[in-house]
Design a binder for this molecule. Structure first.
Ligand code: WQD
Length: 342
């Protein structure tokens, strides 16, 4: 019998791509989402890509303990990948309680249900934001975490600790993997699923594609006086399909009992620093479009440079990012055009 993976927040940007890769790898998937920050577009796209019209969808809220328990009672859940969370940095600064309540409560309920059913494999979607402004780059999993610059970032650090403590107390029944993502970008090559930000995008690539399609007038590049080769910030942009595949490696590692410790941490990045300006230039070149952009003041809270040392994920999990920035930016543009009906 196939193993069953619950994907909380499975209709969102990362969750939908992960669902596609899990199904391709032969897992049964249960998608659960409350559609608070996405519509049905990506869920429908997943069904089209995979041909799985029967893909189970549970519309529910993990902040509701009863609903969460009922879900675990309904399906034989071997692993849960927890994405369901708010993720806008700026909004979290303005509404910290909303962020702490939602992101912590939902994860506590998932862990309680996982523990009460006698154990489970839990994969938590963490972020490079837990490293803050690192003293040294690239960052390894041993790089010390720093206090985050936003409540959103704090919820990631806190959920990491909550999972670690839960695993420790469960004496091997609950196992955990923390995946720390760098900057996920792009879209599925089918252009049937991708990022669908509501309102004005906070993140760079959706802002680029929306400017190129004419939805936004001009991209502001935040800061050109950073101590980097071209003065703009350096990040580790990772293709969304590469990132999704890392989840399959991690889940399989847990299922097959290959973990070295009951709670493991992996950086999910490429190891390749790319500046904002380089990304913008690459987008224009690979897609043959001209982008309207200007330099603007620094954005508060941005770190100068962060990229991953992905050696541990490469050697331990056997996963490696394979796509070039150009391939990824092509996919991002194809998705934006698909949305525009072009
Ligand atoms: C990348 C670079 C900006 C927009 C955040 C979260 C992180 C994770 C991913 C989210 C920076 C510059 C951006 C724009 C710009 N979590 N930029 N003009 O800040 O590295 O990470 O998103 O769910 O936790 O912190 O990503 O895409 O916002 O910015 O110049 O209009 O692009 O200054 O250097 P970031 P980003």
């Amino acid at each position: 019998m196939n193993k069953t993976v619950l994907v909380s927040g499975g209709a969102g940007f990362i969750g939908s791509h992960v669902t596609v890769e899990l199904l391709a790898a032969g897992y049964d998937v249960v998608v659960a989402d409350n559609f608070s920050n996405c519509d049905r577009t990506c869920f429908e796209g997943v069904k089209k890509i995979t041909g799985r019209e029967d893909l189970p969808l549970e519309v529910m809220d993990f902040c509701d303990e009863k609903q969460t328990r009922a879900l675990f009672a309904k399906y034989p859940i071997d692993a849960v990948i927890h994405f369901a969370a708010y993720k806008a940095v700026g909004e979290s600064v303005a509404q910290p309680l909303m962020y702490y309540r939602n992101n912590l409560q939902s994860f506590l309920n998932v862990l309680q249900a996982a523990q009460d059913q006698g154990g489970c494999n839990v994969l938590f979607s963490s972020s490079a934001t837990v490293y803050g402004e690192p003293d040294k780059v690239p960052v390894t999993e041993e790089t010390p975490r720093k206090s985050a610059t936003s409540p959103y970032g704090n919820t990631k650090t806190m959920c990491e600790d909550i999972l670690r403590d839960t695993v420790k107390a469960s004496e091997g029944k609950v196992r955990g993997i923390l995946l720390r993502y760098f900057n996920p970008i792009g879209a599925h090559p089918s252009a049937l699923i991708g990022e669908l930000p509501r309102g004005v995008p906070n993140n760079l690539v959706p802002f680029i594609t929306q400017t190129a399609i004419g939805k936004r007038e001009c991209l502001s590049i935040f800061g050109n006086d950073y101590p980097t080769p071209d003065g703009t910030c350096l990040r580790d942009y990772i293709d969304i399909v590469d990132l999704a595949k890392a989840h399959v490696f991690a889940v399989t590692r847990m299922m097959e009992g290959k973990m070295k410790k009951d709670c493991e941490v992996f950086n999910v990045g490429t190891g390749r620093p790319v500046s904002v300006l380089e990304l913008v230039n690459a987008f224009e070149k690979v897609n043959g479009v001209k982008l309207n952009w200007k330099f603007a003041p620094r954005r508060p809270g941005d770190v100068t440079a962060i990229w991953a040392d992905p050696t541990l994920a490469n050697t331990e999990m056997g996963w490696k990012a394979t796509r070039t920035v150009e391939e990824t930016l092509k996919a991002a543009w194809a998705w934006e055009k698909h949305l525009a009906g072009k």
